[in-house]
Design a protein around this ligand. Structure first.
Ligand code: PMP
Length: 388
């Protein structure tokens, strides 16, 4: 389904800074085993499908009207869900939805970034962040992570002092590494941000700390999340999504949890009626089936742990594979692949699609069904043998 992207006609006034740029996205290929975009591999159960169809049918006669711009029912559903998932009670004015957490993040950049503003991330991290920055004319800067991909808190705090970002983007668990963010490390960054200056802003303005928790439901049960700190830190914004653990990527629903002040900033930049009535109805329907939607998360965690252990037993050119510690539904592995594109191609020939992403020498695989993981293991064993 890919269309050619490199044929922009020369007579079009494409923005100068976009000339030569390519649309972002992993290949969408029709292969038997797709383990490349960190989805939940389990399709909705028939009862969920039925409710979605029913709820969409119920609102269909109102589709001549615009949807609820403030999506109040859906924000209530986010509140109910988060209380159940993380034990944190948030009010409707502390919650906000959009078309995927991609749109949440873009709205945050639109509200807090912009010309003269800086956003700081911790490398390696999610490759869409520099695109949100580019699209909003925000300068994107990086602090480096430790060799094991954990946050280098001292380096991050030093970077906050040096570059004076308007936004600090942390990712927990991080993509593509899977690394969890320790609560004490988040607290140290929040404390530093609390008094930090912001380049291009008035005195007394402090950076927003964005914690992207797209994969947080895959963490070990009982581990705290950034949501618990919203009451304590007014400049904390937590991004969540229904796309990953909640198995609803196709519907495009992400959400933001933060104090009302941050939500009100985001409301200034949102498109009017950005969340369609169909999207809102489908998401509400899925939340009626929260148990079913989350029913495979524990199994995916087990799959991740078993796959990590298995990968550590494999070798490449006589050396065991390195496997990054992960609290997500994907694993960054390899560490010393000297031709990862070849490994990618050979896996693809065997019907298995993974992702070339992250630092040189590493690749990422997302957890599939048991059958898909068996095919992945079988293909990888063969490929590692032939690339020796
Ligand atoms: N944040 C991270 C870290 C991600 O990996 C992704 C998806 N790849 C997203 C946000 C966006 O997901 P969505 O828009 O589907 O919520």
């Amino acid at each position: 389904s890919e269309t050619s992207s490199n044929a922009i006609p020369a007579y079009l006034p494409l923005r100068n800074d976009l000339i030569g740029e390519e649309p972002y996205g992993a290949p969408q290929l029709d292969v038997p085993v797709c383990l490349n975009v960190n989805e939940n591999p389990y399709a909705p159960e028939p009862a969920v499908v039925e409710t979605i169809a029913q709820r969409v049918k119920e609102i269909a006669p109102t589709l001549n009207r615009y949807p609820d711009r403030e999506h109040i029912e859906l924000r209530k559903a986010f509140s109910t869900y988060l209380e159940r998932e993380s034990g944190v009670k948030l009010s409707v004015d502390q919650l906000w939805g959009a078309n995927g957490s991609n749109e949440i993040m873009l709205q945050l950049f639109q509200a807090f970034g912009g010309p003269g503003r800086i956003a700081l991330g911790c490398d390696p991290t999610y490759s869409m962040y520099p695109e949100y920055a580019r699209d909003t004319f925000t300068t994107w800067k990086l602090a480096h992570r430790n060799a094991d991909f954990t946050l280098d808190v001292d380096a991050t705090i030093k970077a906050i002092e040096d570059v004076k970002p308007a936004m600090i983007v942390l990712t927990s668990p991080n993509n593509p590494t899977g690394t969890p963010l320790k609560p004490e490390n988040l607290k140290r960054v929040l404390e530093a941000a609390r008094t930090a200056e912001v380049a291009g802003a008035a005195e007394g303005v402090h950076p927003v700390v964005v914690v992207d928790e797209a994969y947080i439901e895959f963490r070990d049960p009982g581990t705290p999340t950034a949501l618990e700190l919203i009451g304590e830190y007014e400049n904390l914004a937590v991004s969540r999504t229904m796309s990953k653990a909640f198995a609803f990527a196709g519907a495009r629903v992400g959400y933001l949890a933060a104090n009302k002040g941050i939500i009100d900033c985001v409301r200034i930049v949102r498109m009017p009626y950005h969340l369609s009535a169909v999207t809102q109805a489908a998401a509400l329907a899925a939340f009626e089936h929260t148990d079913e939607q989350l029913s495979r998360v524990a199994h995916l965690r087990e799959t991740r742990n078993a796959t990590s252990a298995w990968l550590k037993e494999q070798t490449y050119k006589g050396q065991p594979l390195e496997v990054a510690e992960t609290q997500s539904n994907f694993i960054l592995f390899g560490g010393h692949f000297d031709d990862r594109d070849r490994i990618f191609d050979e896996l693809l020939k065997r019907g298995v699609l993974i992702r070339v992403v992250g630092p040189e020498g590493w690749m990422r695989v997302c957890m599939g069904t048991d059958e898909e993981m068996a095919r992945f293991r079988e293909a990888l064993v063969e490929v590692l043998r032939i690339v020796e």
